[in-house]
Design a protein around this ligand. Structure first.
Ligand code: KG4
Ligand code: ZN
Length: 333
C-alpha cells in the first residue's frame, strides 16, 4: 500500500489530499478563493499568492485530520510544479518541500494537466490505449495515452480554452466569475434560439478554436443592444453552450474514429458540464469497444486528490525530484 500526500496551488484553490494506491481518496481538503477574485472578474495573481500562504498550513492540517493519519503513515509527497501562476505554484511547492524535508519523505513532481486526467481513476480502471479530452480554464486538449505516463497531444485549442470562453461570454452577460456552471444551469432550462458557428468543424485535424464563437456572441449582443432589444440571457446561454459542445463532440468523434482506444476520459473544470457529459455518453455508446470514464463531479475542478493520483504513477515509475525542484508555469505535456 502506498500513501501519498499531495499539494496543489496552481490557480485559485489551495488543496492538500492523501491518496492510497492512486485511486482511494483518504482526504481532500480544498480552500477556494473564488469570492476574493469575483469582483475583479478573474484571478488576480498577487491576491491568489497571499491567499495560498494564508491557507496552506490549514488545509494541510485538515487533510491529515480528515484521514486520521500522521506523517509517519505516508510514503511520499506529490506536488504540482506547473502549469499555473508562478506565485501560486511557489506556495504549494514550498509547503511540499518543507513537509518532505521535515518528515524525510521523497518528493514526486506532478504536471497539473496529468493530475486532471489521473482523476479518472476515481471513477474506475483506466485501460490503455486511452484518450482524454482535457477541458479547463486554461487548456483544451485531446490527449492520447498508449500507456501510463505517456501523453501525446493530438489536438489543442488555437486560441481561447473552452472554460475561458465560458468565462468571457459570462462576463459579457454580466454573470459572476467563473461563469461555467451558471451558463450550464441556464442552458438546461432554456431553448437555444441562435445558431452560432462551430469553428473548424471541417478541417482535417483535431484542433479547437473558440475565439470566433466568442466574437459571434459579442456581435450578437451588441447588435441586439443597438436595436434596443431585451436580451434573453437564458436562450443565449443555451445557444452558446450548444456551439461549444458541438465543437468538442465533433473533434472527439473524429479522434475516436481514427484512434481506437479502450478508455475515453473526460477531465478538467469544464468536465462538470452536464450537456457535455450527456452528449459524450451518447457518443461513446456508438464506440462499444471504448469505456467512458468521466472524472467524478467532485474532482473535476482543481483539487489535490487528482495530484495524488498522478503522483502515484510517477512514484511507481521512479520519477522523483530534489529540493531544488522549481516551478514551470508554462509546462505542457
Ligand atoms: O480545471 P479548472 O477548475 O481550473 C483550471 O485548471 O483552469 O477549470 C475551471 C474552468 C472555468 O473556466 C469554469 O468556468 C469552467 O471550468 N467550468 C465549467 C463548468 N464548471 C466549471 N464550464 C462549463 N460548465 C460547467 N458546469
Ligand atoms: Zn486545473
Amino acid at each position: 500500500m502506498t500513501r501519498i500526500i499531495a499539494f496543489e496551488s496552481s490557480a485559485d484553490e489551495t488543496s492538500v489530499a492523501i491518496v492510497e494506491d492512486g485511486h482511494t481518496v483518504l482526504s481532500n481538503s480544498v480552500a477556494t478563493q473564488i469570492n476574493s477574485h469575483r469582483r475583479f472578474g478573474g484571478i488576480v495573481p498577487e491576491v491568489a499568492s497571499r491567499h495560498h500562504i494564508e491557507w496552506i498550513t490549514r488545509v494541510l492540517d485538515d487533510a491529515l485530520k480528515q484521514a486520521a493519519l500522521t506523517p509517519k503513515d505516508l510514503d511520499a509527497v506529490a506536488v504540482t510544479y506547473g502549469p499555473g501562476l508562478v506565485g501560486s505554484l511557489l506556495v504549494g511547492l514550498m509547503g511540499a518541500k518543507t513537509f518532505a524535508m521535515a518528515h524525510h519523505l521523497p518528493i514526486v513532481p506532478v504536471n497539473h494537466l496529468a493530475g486532471h486526467i489521473a482523476a479518472a481513476r476515481f471513477a474506475g480502471k483506466v485501460e490503455y490505449p486511452a484518450m482524454a479530452l482535457m477541458v479547463s480554464g486554461g487548456h483544451t486538449e485531446l490527449v492520447l495515452m498508449r500507456e501510463e505516463n505517456d501523453f501525446k497531444v493530438i489536438g489543442e485549442t488555437r486560441d481561447d480554452a473552452a472554460g475561458e470562453s465560458y468565462d468571457k461570454v459570462g462576463r459579457l452577460l454580466e454573470f459572476p466569475y467563473p461563469a461555467g456552471k451558471i451558463i450550464d444551469d441556464l442552458a438546461r432550462k432554456n431553448q437555444a434560439t441562435v445558431k452560432f458557428p462551430t469553428a473548424m468543424a471541417h478541417d482535417d485535424n483535431y484542433d479547437f478554436s473558440f475565439s470566433g464563437l466568442k466574437s459571434a456572441v459579442i456581435n450578437y449582443v451588441h447588435n441586439a443592444q443597438q436595436r434596443g432589444e431585451n436580451l434573453n440571457k437564458g436562450e443565449l446561454a443555451a445557444s452558446f453552450q450548444n456551439a461549444v459542445v458541438d465543437a468538442l463532440l465533433g473533434r472527439t468523434k473524429r479522434a475516436l474514429e481514427n484512434y481506437p482506444v479502450k478508455t475515453f476520459i473526460l477531465a478538467g473544470g469544464v468536465a462538470a458540464n452536464q450537456q457535455l457529459r450527456q452528449t459524450l455518453t451518447a457518443l461513446l455508446e456508438t464506440f462499444p469497444e471504448t469505456t467512458f470514464l468521466p472524472v467524478p463531479m467532485q474532482y473535476t475542478g482543481d483539487n489535490a486528490a487528482m495530484i495524488g493520483a498522478a503522483g502515484y504513477w510517477n512514484y511507481q515509475a521512479g520519477i522523483f525530484a530534489d529540493l531544488d525542484l522549481n516551478t514551470d508555469p508554462g509546462l505542457d505535456f
